[in-house]
Design a protein around this ligand. Structure first.
Ligand SMILES: O=C(CO)[C@@H](O)[C@H](O)COP(=O)(O)O
Length: 232
């Protein structure tokens, strides 16, 4: 059984006001913050890294009963290298890209040994079948719905068969979609069976983020209930 999880991507925040903007997302009903770490090698962009996550964790300390989960999406060439630093900085989940590692099984173990939840992402051109041998050991699978690297891109609806395939094979797995999600695209993602919705531009530009977050949540909830996999 899985729950709807709405995760605003802080890449769309004005970084000059990052702390305030992150509080605003949690106050608006976000479950997680999605933190995009980019190294300029795996993707053609540089975003932020462990020092900023450390500062954010000081600003948003872990507190029982409060949403403070940091979902770290590692768009980096050497995902093994950054596990200890992300753990130390205060990350909660470490999502590596399948395309960036030679040994995903060892990497999942390394991530869990550092007390982090382990997730694996696939780029749009990667076959969903690469996730099958890993799925039982993962806390989440991420199906990218844009080419990783930049916010504000167009949602790729043709990725939805990957989500449908994973949901039918792994009803209990957290399945995340990332890129171009918002009011216009949530139906496609929810109907396919995604339960973790990353939304950057849509959340950070919404006149009322709480309204958007509750809309995204209710669409996911309805779809999970219709599939009989909603954790109430
Ligand atoms: O990982 C990425 C981009 O590489 C995403 O997390 C984007 O930041 C999502 O942004 P929007 O498409 O929602 O603006």
């Amino acid at each position: 059984m899985v729950k709807p999880i709405i995760a605003p991507s802080i890449l769309a925040s004005d970084f000059a006001h990052l702390g305030c903007n992150c509080h605003k997302m949690y106050d608006s009903g976000a479950d997680w913050l999605h933190i995009d770490v980019m190294d300029g090698h795996f993707v053609p962009n540089i975003s932020l890294g462990p020092p900023i996550i450390t500062s954010l964790r000081k600003e948003i300390p872990r507190e029982e009963g409060k949403p403070t989960f940091f979902d770290c999406h590692m768009m980096v060439s050497e995902p093994e290298k950054w596990v200890p630093e992300i753990a130390k900085a205060g990350g909660d989940q470490y999502t590596f890209h399948y395309e960036s590692t030679k040994d995903p099984v060892a990497l999942v173990k390394l991530i869990k040994d550092h007390g982090l939840k382990a997730a694996c992402a696939i780029k749009p051109g990667t076959d969903v079948g690469v996730l099958y041998p890993l799925a039982e050991s993962l806390d989440m699978a991420l199906v990218m719905t844009v080419e990783p690297g930049f916010g504000g891109q167009k949602f790729m609806k043709d990725m939805m068969p990957k989500v449908e395939d994973l949901r039918s094979k792994y009803p209990q797995l957290n399945i995340q979609v990332d890129g171009g999600l918002g009011e216009a695209t949530i139906d496609d993602a929810a109907n396919a069976g995604a339960n973790v919705i990353v939304a950057g531009t849509s959340c950070f530009t919404a006149p009322d983020p709480s309204k958007l977050i509750s809309l995204l949540r209710s669409k996911v909830e309805d779809s999970l209930a219709s599939k009989g996999v909603l954790d109430k």
